[in-house]
Design a protein around this ligand. Structure first.
Ligand SMILES: Nc1ncnc2c1ncn2[C@@H]1O[C@H](COP(=O)(O)OP(=O)(O)OP(=O)(O)O)[C@@H](O)[C@H]1O
Length: 325
């Protein structure tokens, strides 16, 4: 069997700021070539974890390994960080008065001129930055800054890229441009990446594997499909998407089901739930139909609008799609 190569590993990492415990007993590994999304709410400890992994902050307990090497504490070092690990902070840290091209070229300043120019041109094209190559960094939009920072980091050909909320504050267009740029860069430079995000959609779309962080603890790791379809608890279920709760035998809300697993049926005798349409919401690529029956509510999705408010609906689903937690 092929052995998985681990690029970066956190072992039993614990961190507190004063009396505030921020990370407890974190075990995490990043495999070679893998994109790992750390998904967690604001304040769950994501940035702290990245800073420890990037060697900008020391853990109180625990160890960090890069490949086989145990990393030494940062305190006492003149320059934090690690030459093979690049952390891109939320503030990007570009040279504000230098152009996009100059910012990227800086990372390659020790290389020979012809190679440097070629590499900078290639990175700018990949990151979709040609049209702003002569723009000063301080005048760039958030998305352009983010792409410049990533291109600048990639110029150094790190083994590991650590991205702190890469899609934060970006509109849909810029998310797509950045996403495409990341995809291209990812395919070209076989590097590993950990990105942290509070957006489930980003974690689901861009990760090979997701680690869910809650109050400084990793409560689930798995492929996006595993985390979405087999969440370990209702917290992960609700963090990663919409759910409907269904009553168990004693009336408690024991089961949940994703809205996309529910279908209307024309055969009342086959239905497992019935009610009236209470509200209809348009989400662009689907309609959300919200139904009510007494105190119970259920939502499901339709890709065309063939129901109206007040209409009686009979709904069905497969037993395998019900999850109990
Ligand atoms: N240098 C620090 N000193 C004291 N407390 C800190 C420090 N850095 C972070 N914290 C605290 O640690 C906790 C976790 O912060 P962290 O920035 O890691 O969370 P996060 O999940 O990245 O949040 P966000 O998504 O809002 O950026 C927060 O309560 C924060 O206030």
């Amino acid at each position: 069997m092929k052995k998985t190569k681990i690029t970066l590993r956190a072992q039993s990492v614990t961190k507190a700021f004063g009396n505030n415990p921020v990370l407890s007993d974190i075990d995490l590994q990043l495999n070679a070539g893998e994109w790992l999304g750390v998904l967690g709410e604001s304040g769950s400890g994501k940035s702290t974890l990245l800073r420890i992994l990037g060697r900008f902050l020391d853990a109180e307990q625990g160890k960090i390994y890069f490949k086989e090497e145990e990393l030494k504490p940062v305190s006492g070092e003149l320059i934090p960080g690690h030459e093979s690990i690049k952390l891109i902070h939320q503030e990007f840290e570009l040279f504000p008065n230098q152009t996009v091209e100059e910012n990227i070229a800086y990372s390659l300043r020790f290389y020979e001129t012809v190679y440097r120019k070629e590499k900078v041109a290639e990175l700018m094209t990949t990151a979709g930055l040609d049209y702003v190559r002569n723009q000063k960094a301080k005048l760039l939009s958030g998305g352009e800054k983010q792409r410049t920072a990533i291109a600048k980091a990639l110029a150094e050909q790190p083994d590991v890229l650590l991205l702190d909320e890469p899609f934060a504050h970006l509109d849909n267009h810029n998310r797509r441009v950045l996403g495409n740029a990341i995809e291209t860069m990812r395919n070209q430079q076989k590097m590993s990446c950990i990105f942290v995000t509070h957006e489930a959609a980003d974690a689901l779309a861009w990760s090979d594997r997701i680690a869910v962080l809650r109050n400084g603890k990793i409560i689930q790791t798995g492929t996006p499909q595993e985390v979405y379809n087999q969440p370990v608890d209702s917290y992960v279920a609700e963090l990663t998407g919409d759910i409907n709760w269904l009553s168990g035998k004693d009336g408690s809300k024991d089961f949940f089901i994703r809205p996309e697993k529910i279908k209307p049926t024309k055969h009342p005798e086959k239905s497992k739930w019935q009610g009236k349409v209470e509200a209809i919401r348009f989400h662009g690529n689907h309609w959300e139909i919200r139904c009510i029956n007494g105190d119970d509510r259920l939502a499901f999705y339709r890709n065309r609008l063939d129901l109206e408010i007040g209409q009686q609906v009979f709904l069905t689903y497969a037993a395998k799609d019900l999850r109990s937690i």
